[in-house]
Write a protein that binds this ligand. Structure first.
Ligand code: MN
Length: 738
């Protein structure tokens, strides 16, 4: 079953088109032969196979090669790899065959493409895991990704012949992965087309409505554009500039997204189009200067909106985009966006990364560095074994789509950050060491919390402290993948260190008590210290949350004591009071926990600490006793509604003070030099209390903030609060539930 005459005719037509485009890239016979050999091999390999639409399969690789050359601007090797891209996957040929016939470079490109489609064809329901795999196959050779995008674009253009379930799968992948990827690689028109095609298949009705409305308003719009352009054309002609001016209508998808985002009808979208001026610059002065000259000409005619000036020339976008954007007040009181760029910038905007090669020698551009940086970032993210697939993907998407801001170091070095980044992200962007020890930031010379979101143009100095440590909450503060990963790996490392330190501390303490640290001993003390595993216990000891000062007493506790889970709470039980064994050693025991032993849980709403008067509430669902402060409102509510569940007996804290409790104290006062130091001194020196976090910020001479501390009981908390109250400038000190 070979090719019919009609097939041959179709193929010949498309092949000739491709050959015509190849004149742009083929330099010698060798190049031509290379492409022809690939074509004939593909033709033979796909013989007899048809696409769902009925046309010969071969038309697909030809079309992909055509996109690769015309719309992305790649060269001979990419054309060859495009022609062969489905050969290994769909036919008898192997990668080894490719290497033998076309050499190692082509073989590795085809291999990369095969692996990528292997992932896409796999029937995996977990989308996230699936995309992670796709990304893992992102080859070192960017051309493989670009060819894959071309492949996807052609499949999207011919999606109509696919059954609905396939359409849903393919559009899902396209909108989630390929469109952002195309954007990140600077392929603006491909990105827009992919989005429009997705919308066309997924939301056909809305797509049709918007495109109809665009058509209906076309004449009026053109009339307006002509009116707007007329004085600009006259002025530019007078300046002898070689330019083209056009009105660019927004893509249907982006109009629709805006309607969704802003919840407005089509009629209320005022920036439906932009005016684009593309010019061929003179050799002198610089391109940038010439762009600004045109800007000046235009703003002599129309008044610019000052906050809508975007200079992507001095500071190109990370995907290489360069242009000058300005919004001016046009006729009839309508704001109009004007984009000014040179032909070179236009090529880059249209064809993205590939166009850079063309201009590489001609201009000193940092864009490729930018791209390399991005790819490096992706790779380092890929190499992180700790992240799960969903996190990874979120981070990845974040780094694909986020619009950018530019912030500066104290020395004036500029750094690109995604929109929404905080000072902490900035700290991590400089170096993970800076991030890990950051405590606050001076933003434009003003002290601000590390959590502050930064704006474009901010100059940021990160204040660090040697003893500062990342906290789990930081993961909520940062937005960049780099910072998230650094924090995660620090916390993981720290936990490991704490475990090791805690284990050592416990062993030493046991040694000094002359008791062997056996599994039985561990099983006894783990619940006593409110832990669920020995790792948790070690880590709490290592972090200083659990103190071993009373270990001897703890070990002496009657093993038959029913209150194990939360050892500091108990309900005195008159009849059953058991005699202590009297022995110092832990007696060999059977089962320690009787089924009736109450499990205590500290109420989240009021978080009582030892020394405070507490009341127990038996949770009917679990049988656990939830311990509230006697004054807790929630307890009152529960008592009113479910009075019978209130534990009749008095719940008491036991004598031992082995645990520390996290409390937050809120402070307010008059800002003065050295107040932080005074605070730290009081809290740490005087009471030997563990500070977890101090977070103070000041404005207009007032400071506010909180200290999180580990305290042993209410008594020591109140003592420290009294001391703090006496510090000069402090106005109010109160405990909060955080
Ligand atoms: Mn394909």
């Amino acid at each position: 079953m070979g090719y019919t005459a009609e097939d041959e005719h179709l193929i010949k037509e498309k092949w000739n088109d491709l050959l015509l485009s190849c004149t742009k890239v083929c330099k010698n016979d060798e190049d031509w032969n290379f492409i022809k050999r690939a074509f004939f091999l593909a033709k033979e390999a796909h013989e007899g196979v048809r696409r769902r639409s009925g046309e010969p399969y071969l038309l697909h690789p030809i079309a992909v090669a055509q996109i690769v050359i015309d719309e992305i601007g790649l060269g001979v090797k990419s054309v060859v790899a495009s022609l062969l891209h489905d050969v290994v996957e769909d036919t008898e040929y192997t990668v080894e065959d490719m290497e033998r016939i076309f050499g190692p470079k082509i073989a590795s490109m085809v291999d990369g493409l095969t692996k990528m489609s292997g992932v896409f064809n796999a029937d995996i329901s977990e989308q996230a895991e699936y995309f992670r795999k796709v990304l893992l196959t992102l080859s070192d050779d960017v051309r493989v990704i670009l060819i894959k995008i071309a492949d996807r674009l052609h499949n999207m253009r011919t999606l109509g012949s696919m059954p609905l379930n396939k359409q849903i799968k393919i559009t899902g992948e396209t909108i989630y992965l390929f469109a952002p990827l195309a954007y990140r690689l600077g392929l603006y028109s491909i990105k827009s087309e992919l989005e429009d095609l997705c919308m066309k298949y997924r939301f056909p009705q809305q797509y049709a409505e918007i495109s109809q409305k665009l058509q209906e308003s076309e004449a009026i719009r053109q009339e307006f554009i002509d009116k707007f352009n007329a004085p600009i054309i006259a002025a530019l002609n007078q300046d002898n500039i070689n330019y083209e001016i056009s009105g660019r209508v927004k893509s249907i998808y982006s109009i629709w997204s805006k309607m969704q985002r802003k919840q407005i009808p089509f009629e209320e979208i005022y920036d439906l189009f932009a005016i684009r001026i593309v010019f061929k610059p003179l050799p002198f002065p610089s391109e940038k200067t010439q762009c600004w000259q045109i800007y000046s000409t235009i703003t002599d005619i129309y008044t610019p909106k000052p906050d809508r000036l975007r200079d992507w020339i001095s500071m190109p976008k990370a995907n290489g985009y360069e242009a000058l954007h300005s919004t001016v007040m046009g006729p009839d009181g309508v704001w109009v966006e004007v984009q000014i760029r040179t032909q070179r910038m236009e090529d880059i905007a249209e064809r993205g990364f590939a166009a850079h090669w063309k201009y590489k020698q001609a201009t000193i551009s940092q864009d490729e560095d930018e791209f390399d940086k991005w790819l490096k970032q992706i790779r380092s993210a890929l190499n992180s074994p700790t992240e799960n697939a969903v996190d990874f993907l979120d981070n990845f998407k974040l780094s694909l789509y986020m619009s950018e801001i530019v912030a500066f170091t104290p020395k004036g070095e500029s750094r690109k950050m995604p929109f929404g980044a905080t000072a902490l992200d900035f700290a991590y962007d400089i170096h993970s060491k800076i991030g890990n020890s950051a405590i606050s930031a001076k933003i434009n010379h003003k002290l601000e919390p590390i959590t502050t979101q930064i704006n474009s143009g901010d100059q940021i100095e990160i204040i660090t402290a040697d003893n500062a440590r990342p906290k789990p909450e930081w993961l909520e503060i940062v937005t960049t993948a780099k910072a998230k990963q650094a924090i995660k790996s620090f916390l993981k490392r720290e936990r490991q260190n704490n475990i090791e330190r805690g284990m050592q501390m416990l062993e030493e303490r046991m040694n000094s008590l002359n008791i062997k640290l056996s599994g039985r001993v561990l099983r006894k003390i783990i619940p006593i210290y409110d832990s669920n595993s020995k790792e948790e216990l070690y880590s709490k000891i290592g972090a200083g949350i659990v103190s071993l000062d009373n270990l001897d007493k703890v070990l002496k506790t009657n093993s038959k004591n029913k209150i194990l889970k939360f050892w500091t709470l108990f309900i005195p039980q008159k009849e059953e009071e058991e005699q202590e064994d009297g022995g110092n050693e832990i007696a060999p025991e059977k089962e320690t926990e009787t089924p009736s032993a109450p499990q205590f849980q500290i109420a989240e709403c009021c978080k009582p600490i030892p020394g405070e008067k507490v009341v127990g509430y038996r949770d009917p669902a679990t049988g656990n006793v939830i311990v509230h402060k006697a004054t807790c409102d929630e307890l009152n509510r529960l008592a009113a509604q479910f009075g019978k569940n209130i534990v009749k007996e008095e719940v008491k804290w036991s004598q031992h003070k082995a645990m520390s409790y996290l409390v937050t104290v809120e402070l307010r006062g008059i800002d003065r030099m050295g107040i932080l130091l005074d605070l730290a001194k009081i809290v740490s020196d005087d009471f030997n209390i563990n500070i977890r976090e101090i977070n103070l910020h000041s404005h207009d001479g007032i400071f506010e903030g909180g200290i999180s501390l580990y305290v042993k009981d209410a008594e020591s908390l109140h003592a420290v609060m009294d001391k703090i109250r006496k510090i000069k400038g402090i106005e109010s000190v109160k405990r909060t539930i955080s």
